[in-house]
Design a protein around this ligand. Structure first.
Ligand SMILES: Cc1cc2nc3c(=O)[nH]c(=O)nc-3n(C[C@H](O)[C@H](O)[C@H](O)COP(=O)(O)OP(=O)(O)OC[C@H]3O[C@@H](n4cnc5c(N)ncnc54)[C@H](O)[C@@H]3O)c2cc1C
Length: 431
């Protein structure tokens, strides 16, 4: 099967790119080509969840079945084709890739290995966590994929039940990593616990102790110190213990061993470090130490007609740094590559390089009332926004993504549907 454009990975960047290209090209005839341009999106999952909401799925404050959107349906409405499958091999020279066979849980083959050829290829396969070779770290919960968040949520509910019938009435969670993921997860868990307490009788109530463990001197290392200080204070006010300067030496079933003593835990989440998949090294493209594809300022990989975007790409930024692994970077890169690929199909070139514009960072600190979101720029001047304004700005990032893939009308319908659903079932998913 041959496609004009193949995008592997339908996350924050890849899905936006496929939707934009599909809407512009899908089903239309282009004079210079004489036929239909075909855009193919490949993902190992059949439905899409915006990754920055995974901590909410984990805490149960976001229902994955309500939030997830099927790629096939998105493809139909946006004019791209979708193929379910995990990348097995990628040959940039031959412009050919293969997808692993799909099997069911019993090992029965549902779809054989498939081969696709293409004219232009884009890799948008994201990244995972960096365990830094820490002994035992593999037994901690991760938040890399939707399945991870769902598994954590199931264990969280089990731990809630255990704690509410325990004698000491305490549940302990340790989160490794004081970056945005760790901070947002701890705030979301506090919120989930508060919602739960509202539905429990006095004799079933229990205390939730959360400890965020960070190796650096402060949390939110990528953000300005004033923001990190404010976030730390807000977390501590909510009862979260923030242990900085504490390197995790080993992960055990019931505790974290750190350079500043042990942290007891019923549940341990690893939310530190970003590293792309080891398999990326085998795709015949230049990669860096973090397994990201090295790209130039036009997002071109080391092979012609192959681009990479988002977390899996190391794109030059400023002061020798690369563009940070952020949803807003993936979003901007998708817009840029839309122009590049349309130009290429018309035998043209985009003259300008990709320039990442940092619009600051928002960290959600939970709280239904809207307080607890902060913003600060990595590159330009920093200014704070707090309270409701920051909460809206945070939510608008998510809505922006939905708008890019669903359009304005359906995004509004989805937002209203979600609100109504919450009115009926409550905010916390307890099943
Ligand atoms: C809990 C959490 C909170 C975050 N909060 C924020 C935030 O507030 N703001 C922000 O800017 N960023 C945030 N981020 C980071 C942000 O989610 C990422 O930077 C962003 O999703 C990267 O987009 P991407 O398209 O590169 O990859 P992803 O969105 O990760 O998408 C990658 C896609 O590729 C698919 N895939 C992977 N490997 C294969 C394969 N081998 N074959 C086929 N398909 C494959 C995956 O299924 C996935 O759909 C957060 C991340 C997490 C985990």
């Amino acid at each position: 099967m041959h496609y004009d454009i193949v995008i592997v990975g339908g996350g924050a960047g890849g899905l936006e790119l496929a939707s934009r290209l599909g809407r512009r090209l899908g089903g239309r005839r282009i004079a210079s080509h004489g036929g239909k341009r075909r855009v193919l999106l490949i993902d190992r999952s059949s439905f899409h969840i915006w990754k920055p909401t995974l901590h909410e799925v984990a805490a149960g404050t976001l229902d994955v079945h309500q939030e997830g959107v099927s790629y096939s349906i998105l493809g139909r409405s946006n004019g791209f084709n979708f193929l379910l499958g995990e990348l097995a091999t990628f040959d940039p020279g031959a412009k050919r890739l293969t997808l692993k066979a799909i099997t069911d849980q019993g090992g029965q083959v549902l779809a054989p290995e498939r081969t696709i050829t293409f004219t232009y290829g884009v890799l948008a396969i994201g990244s995972g966590s960096n365990l830094f070779g820490t002994p035992g770290a593999e037994q901690a919960y991760l938040l890399e994929r939707t399945e991870d968040a769902e598994v954590f949520h199931a264990r969280l509910l089990a731990a809630f039940t255990r704690a509410s019938f325990s004698t000491d009435k305490i549940m302990r969670v340790a989160i490794v990593g004081g970056g945005a993921t760790g901070v947002e997860l701890s705030a979301e868990l506090i919120e989930a616990h508060r919602e739960l307490l509202g539905s429990l009788g006095d004799e079933q109530r229990f205390r939730l102790d959360i400890t965020v463990v960070e190796a650096a001197e402060r949390i939110l290392g990528g953000l300005p110190p004033e923001i990190a200080d404010k976030a730390k204070l807000a977390l501590e006010r909510k009862g979260v213990a923030v242990k900085t300067d504490a390197k995790v030496l080993a992960v055990h079933a019931d505790r974290l061993e750190t350079s500043r003593g042990d942290v007891l835990a019923d549940l341990i989440v690893w939310a530190a470090g970003v590293k792309a998949a080891e398999a990326n090294r085998g795709f015949g493209l230049e990669t860096n130490r973090g397994n990201q594809f090295v790209v130039n300022d036009r997002l071109e990989t080391s092979s012609p007609d192959i681009w990479a975007l988002g977390d899996c790409a190391a794109a030059p930024w400023k002061d020798g740094k690369t563009v940070p692994a952020r949803a807003q970077a993936a979003h901007q890169q998708a817009s840029y590559l839309e122009r590049v690929l349309i130009a290429r199909l018309r035998q043209g070139h985009v003259q300008t390089p990709f320039v990442y514009r940092d619009f600051g960072s928002l960290v959600s600190l939970g709280d239904n009332k809207g307080v607890g979101a902060l913003m600060g720029g990595l590159g330009g001047p920093n200014f704070f926004i707090e309270g409701l304004l920051a909460k809206w700005a945070y939510m608008s990032l998510h809505l922006d993504h939905h708008r890019a893939i669903l359009g304005v009308g359906r995004t509004a319908t989805l937002a209203i549907a979600r609100l109504l659903q919450q009115r009926v079932s409550g905010r916390l998913k307890l099943h």
